[in-house]
Ligand binder design. Structure first.
Ligand code: AMP
Ligand code: TRP
Length: 340
């Protein structure tokens, strides 16, 4: 990690807007666990306020927030080592979000590719929240003066925007208050693609369930999805360069590498010459062996929702203890009168 005058602190978040996917797991949650176990202070959030930037049925949002908490725990996050909570329980996110809305420039927001992708031709019908969301994300990170943000490839632009916002705040108010947080994008699978279309990201919101592996899928479903994954008729080559132009094949190699903890180079050397009829069952066995215990643990944890809520409440108290003094300093810097 690079030198900064700020104490290293990790923050990241995931939206409870659908089923947690293998993409979230390989791109984000596995990194969360590694960073937790490296001894740095780690804060991981279920960003429910981000989720409602597009419509969420209230009952589904509640269930999915708890399911995401169960997934965090089942994947190895430990509430004794990391602060785990849902965003809406800590008001500092929304409050700092407003201040940062007034720092962020419209020109910057207009460059956000994720908004353009999500809004498509319907931008006029999208919520103001969806447009403003990267500035709330900056507030999530900066409310803790976090220095490192583990995310998948698709969030890089938002973390870079956070750096611009931190910089402009420091510059406008002539302070060295916020750190410029670094995105941490690591591993063999920082961008897991759809199983149906190698040019699209694997996403919780894809209408086709066959496009993704959900962390709560059972063994048969995982095996079926891998068996039916789109591929091509060519055998696997012995080097990654020869996978250029074969995005679906490359994706399955990356997934294998991500799950097994090998590099894609090592995997391709091992499976060189195989047809997909051979490789897919290997991948399915690996995925089932790795993911089934996690799914079982999630089901077990979901049997005691009150324990999950207790962990989130406790995490929120600890998060608020860090964020509130930072927010108070922001209010002082900005010139808000604080008299209560
Ligand atoms: P989201 O599901 O959009 O809230 O994303 C939560 C985290 O998972 C972020 O760090 C994303 O970058 C990461 N992520 C989501 N989808 C993928 C994917 N298909 N491949 C790798 N990382 C992903
Ligand atoms: N925007 C992120 C996503 O959709 C989730 C998120 C919200 C986040 N706040 C964050 C990620 C802060 C890292 C840090 O994936």
């Amino acid at each position: 990690m690079t030198d900064t005058p700020f104490t290293p602190r990790v923050f990241s978040g995931i939206q409870p807007s659908g089923n947690l996917t293998l993409g979230n797991y390989l791109g984000a949650v596995r990194r969360f666990v590694e960073m937790q176990n490296s001894g740095i202070e780690t804060i991981y959030c279920m960003v429910d306020m981000h989720a409602i930037t597009v419509w969420q049925d209230p009952g589904d949002l509640r269930r999915r927030t708890r399911e995401l908490a169960a997934a965090y725990l089942a994947c190895g996050l430990d509430p004794k080592k990391s602060i785990l909570f849902n965003q809406s329980q800590v008001p500092a996110h929304a409050e700092l979000g407003w201040v940062l809305n007034c720092v962020t420039r419209l020109g910057w927001m207009n460059r956000m590719t994720q908004f353009k992708d999500k809004a498509g031709k319907n931008a006029e019908k999208m919520s103001l929240g969806l447009y403003a969301y990267p500035s709330l994300m900056a507030a999530d990170i900066l409310a803790y003066k976090a220095t490192h943000v583990p995310v998948g490839e698709d969030q890089k632009q938002h973390v870079e925007l956070t750096r611009d916002i931190a910089n402009k705040f420091n510059h406008d108010y002539k302070v060295n208050f916020f750190p410029e947080p670094e995105p941490i994008i690591e591993g063999a699978a920082t961008r897991v693609m759809s199983l149906r279309d190698g040019s699209k990201k694997m996403s919780k919101s894809d209408p086709s369930d066959m496009s993704r592996i959900n962390m709560m899928d059972d063994a048969d479903t995982i095996a079926k999805k891998i068996r039916k994954a789109k591929t091509d008729p060519e055998p696997l080559p012995d080097n990654l360069d020869d996978l250029a132009g074969r995005p679906e094949a490359r994706n399955l190699i990356n997934i294998y590498a991500g799950i097994s903890g090998q590099t894609p180079e090592a995997v391709i050397a091992e499976v060189a010459g195989q047809q997909f009829g051979q490789f897919k069952p290997l991948l399915a066995d690996l995925a089932v062996a790795h993911l089934s215990p996690i799914a079982n643990e999630m089901h077990r944890l979901m049997g005691d929702v009150s324990e999950i809520d207790r962990i989130l409440g406790d995490g929120a108290n600890r998060a608020a203890e860090i964020a509130e003094p930072i927010l108070a300093e922001v209010f002082d810097i900005v010139g808000f009168v604080r008299s209560r």
